[in-house]
Design a protein around this ligand. Structure first.
Ligand code: AMP
Length: 171
């Protein structure tokens, strides 16, 4: 674990009650649940029988880089990221958008649970070279964490620590 990602020891209450300020409270070792409490639990999904054309529209409209693929029971069947579509565009130029999501998605999805520390999720995503991690609890999808979310969460914590230190110095 890089030392720059060590969780802060500070437990002080934030100066105001804003949503972003609240992330510093008692987050010595922030977890996926801490992040989802700020981000929310939206998960954007698509069915295996839908086309890549439909998937790119969904990626555009939802402003996300990946969709989870769920079967008719709602169970996780795969994940489709913009990277999968770019690769397919290179492999099958001019014939990509009509293809089925289920034929292009990654089937073996790596997931995390809400109690997992963010630093562990970040390491697994970095080591596995992917940027999206669906969050599953009791076999139910409860959110999606991205590398960007984790870094943003940490940066926000650092900003709050710096602000607090500044307030201590200036009185
Ligand atoms: P990404 O960096 O997330 O855009 O994805 C890079 C590659 O990893 C793509 O082939 C994705 O389908 C795959 N991928 C993304 N997230 C996961 C995940 N949580 N588990 C397994 N594969 C993934």
């Amino acid at each position: 674990m890089p030392t720059s990602y060590q969780s802060p020891m500070r437990r002080d209450k934030p100066a105001d009650g804003s949503k972003s300020q609240s992330v510093t409270v008692q987050e010595q070792n922030p977890t996926v649940a801490n992040l989802l409490a700020v981000k929310g639990g939206s998960v954007f999904s698509i069915k295996p029988n839908e086309t890549l054309g439909r998937a790119v529209e969904e990626l555009r409209d939802r402003h996300v880089g990946a969709l989870v693929v769920t079967d008719d029971t709602g169970a996780l069947a795969g994940i489709l990221s913009e990277r999968d579509i770019v690769r397919k565009l290179a492999d099958t130029p001019g014939q990509t958008l009509p293809q089925r999501v289920g034929d292009v998605m990654t089937q073996n999805v790596i997931t995390c649970g809400p109690s997992e520390p963010l630093v562990s999720v970040l390491k697994r995503m970095t080591d596995g070279r992917f940027r999206h991690m669906p969050v599953v609890e009791n076999e139910t999808l409860i959110g999606m964490v991205t590398i960007g979310d984790v870094i943003n969460h940490r940066l926000t914590q650092l900003e709050h620590e710096a602000l607090h230190l500044k307030q201590l110095i200036t009185g």
